[in-house]
Design a protein around this ligand. Sequence first.
Ligand SMILES: [Zn+2]
Length: 413
Amino acid sequence: MGDSYRRKTCRLCDSADLELVVPLTPCGLPDAYLPLHRLQERQGVYPLDLYLCRGCGHVQMLDIVDPAILFSGEYRYLTGSTPAVVRHFEEYADRVIARVRPAHGSWAIDVGSNDGTLLGFFKARGHRVLGIDAAKEVAAQATAAGIETIPEFLTPQLAERVRREYGPAAVVTCNNAFAHADDLAGMADCIRDLLAEDGVFVFEVSYVLDIVDKMLLGTIFHEHLSHHSVKPMVLFLRRHGMELIDVHRVSLQGGSFIGTAQLASGRRPVDASVGAALALEAERRLDRPEVYREFSARLEQAKAALLRILEDLKGEGKKIAGFGAARGGTTMLFHFELNRFLEFIVDDNPAKQNTFSPVHHIPVLPTRALFDRRPDYVFILAWVHARPIIEKYSAFRTQGGRFIVPLPQPEVV
Ligand SMILES: [Zn+2]
């Protein structure tokens, strides 16, 4: 296709021994909701299949969409726009500071710093801060708001320049960017080169154990090239001159873990949380293909049950809408073939309203359409938030409407 390519080796250990474990329907780009005037644009679908590396146990996508296409959408997510994420980053900064005790006034650098939300908390606690984010407009906004942000990708040249001009960092954080990058090896080397002798690298990544246990299909989309676990990360960091010293699980946004690493020569003791995570992963056999094949089978069972429900409703002439035009819903629209059933999608977010879903062009309307257009059923695409959505829109049920919650098991409420 030209706008995507497939890598042949594991992103973490370079092994070519890769096994397809979760086949998924090729899917439109997650955020490619188009306004009316762009509807004639060609929109492609791209593979979402997950592979397991039999060398190190890392679960990953091998098909990579050209970032210039993937991040070309009109909609740009800002960390500071979600209060729960802001609170999370405050706790994150406090936890790093309590755990690592970086010197007052030492440098905290965030790679993929977005609007500078995380760095703002380090700054408020007495650190000098520097953001690195290639999204130029967002970087400029962050700089204007007092968080100096270099509008570039992290390269060896930039790492060298930052170290020379600013000095070594006590803390380097890298969160989403670490899940989104294809060249993690290059990124890890750059980050290591930014660190002071007693500096730490802190990263938050989605945890594949949560995806499997909680059926988090919505976490699987084209930006998320890697679905991490602790064991492959220990080996990977070691290969890049670092040592994992702490693991902390977080339940926000489905499930992730925050890892803290020091240089291989570092003097901090390894926390018991690392051994505990490795023991849990060994017990769950997280490096074996069976775990993921079983996840895939549960997904297919859910799909079959949902298609039965939706076919029956359609046969009865019921009107069905979707709820939630977020990135994770796109995977579901494609894999569960929902375009055959949904007349429209509603979303609270004004930026998504009056757009059209990727490839299928299902219209996205404000949530009042639940009451103006009165669908009989609403399929909750953003199902991890099903409970608050159902509570908030209890009037929809009062008028006779029903919600369909697709996962972890299909349910009509
Ligand atoms: Zn590997």
